[in-house]
Design a protein around this ligand. Structure first.
Ligand SMILES: Cc1ncc(COP(=O)(O)O)c(C=O)c1O
Length: 378
């Protein structure tokens, strides 16, 4: 079986797992307790916080643990309204956000919040000209993902932040797909809030972080026992936190070893095979900055899920598993102006740090064979 769905989730790295294991058993103590054994656990949590902060070019104080990308995104968006105490009620998000952003703002819109979706161009990049027309002193928050989960396009978040800050708005970026794949630096991006999802970078599921700009007095996520200095109450997921810290250190090491460059070359190899063997294959976002591991493609005349069902040895993502003609297909491709017939065809191949040249070649061959041997599904 060839797994090319690392944007869906990654395995827990061996070093991550072994760092975590003691915190389930002999080091089970509550880090809020005052005796020495518990304080050793608190020290491990602090060390992880420093590792995550180092990866993101910030300081430990700014990192708050959450249960993952979804919670961080919900908190950033809902908290931004509380932050402004009703003085600002407009939220701008890109048209290609993950559902944990898009559904959250839709719910707020149904409650009367002024939500606007910023369109993207045909390459999947936010339309800055439209952003400028939507930004004004009513804007509470601009939330634009750093890297898209479906096709991997990287948004000009630093530029977006600069424009949004001119009108005093807060800026959030969902960096769930970017952290661990490309270097991400809080100060360079100059965002106020940044989302991290552990299971996208070889840490376990159910751990993540919301990272704040220094000095931002943001409303608490959960109230209770005042863990995380009151910002997010609840007894810490210590093993998960230790895992995320170790995963951050591994990501740092991978960057130092030029991992993204090697991965990009392998991804390009995969795209080359695909384009050679399947002439009717469209690859999205090739002309703009993109994650080094992601290929978002569609093959004319095929629903993505149908094609993958003919490749039982390949694990990949699709924009939509639905076959009905009313299904609009991948929301990202639709926002980019693709017709539903093509948007229903999205297949996402996403590489991991261990993916080999042989695997990408076989994946391209499996897809090419499926296209040749069966009639189209549309
Ligand atoms: C861009 C993006 N944001 C948020 C999430 C949600 O993260 P989690 O699964 O940790 O809740 C994902 C997961 O697929 C994602 O790709």
């Amino acid at each position: 079986m060839i797994y090319l769905d690392y944007n869906a989730t990654t395995p827990v790295a061996a070093e991550v797992l072994s760092a975590m294991l003691p915190f389930f058993t002999e080091q089970f103590y509550n880090p809020s307790s005052s005796y020495p054994e518990a304080q050793a656990v608190a020290a491990a949590v602090a060390e992880s916080r420093k590792l995550v902060a180092d990866l993101l070019g910030t300081t430990s104080d700014q990192v708050v643990w959450t249960s993952g990308g979804t919670e961080s995104n919900n908190w950033a968006i809902q908290g931004s309204l509380t932050y402004w105490h009703g003085k600002r009620r407009r939220i701008l998000v890109s048209a290609i956000e993950h559902p944990s952003v898009a559904e959250t703002v839709r719910l707020l819109a149904s409650d009367g919040v002024d939500v606007k979706f910023i369109p993207v161009d045909s390459h999947g990049i936010v339309r800055m000209d439209v952003l400028d027309t939507l930004l004004d002193e009513r804007t509470a928050l601009v939330s634009v993902m750093l890297a898209n989960n479906e096709i991997g396009t990287i948004q000009p978040v630093a530029d977006i932040a600069q424009r949004a800050h001119r009108v005093g708005a807060l800026v959030h970026t969902d960096a769930s797909q970017a952290v661990g794949k490309i270097p991400v630096n809080m100060s360079l991006l100059d965002v106020d809030l940044l989302t991290v999802a552990g299971h996208k970078l070889y840490a376990p599921k159910g751990i993540g972080a919301l990272v704040f700009k220094a000095g931002l007095d943001f409303p608490a996520g959960f109230r209770g026992g005042a863990q995380e200095r009151g910002r997010r109450s609840g007894t810490e997921n210590v093993a998960g936190i230790v895992g995320l810290g170790r995963a951050a250190a591994l990501a740092h090491e991978w960057f130092r070893e030029k991992g993204p460059t090697t991965q990009r070359a392998l991804r390009n190899e995969l795209e080359h095979h695909l384009q050679q063997e399947i002439p009717q294959c469209h690859i999205f976002g090739q002309q703009v900055p993109r994650l080094p591991n992601t290929v978002g493609l569609a093959i004319e005349g095929w629903v993505g899920a149908d094609l993958l069902s003919l490749c039982p040895d390949l694990r990949a993502g699709t924009g939509s598993a639905c076959h009905s003609l009313t299904d609009e297909g991948s929301p990202t491709l639709r926002a980019m102006g693709m017709l539903p017939a093509l948007a229903r065809g999205l297949i996402r191949l996403s590489l991991g740090r261990q993916t080999s040249s042989a695997e990408v070649l076989t994946a391209a061959q499996l897809l090419a064979r499926a296209v040749q041997t069966k009639p189209k599904s549309l």
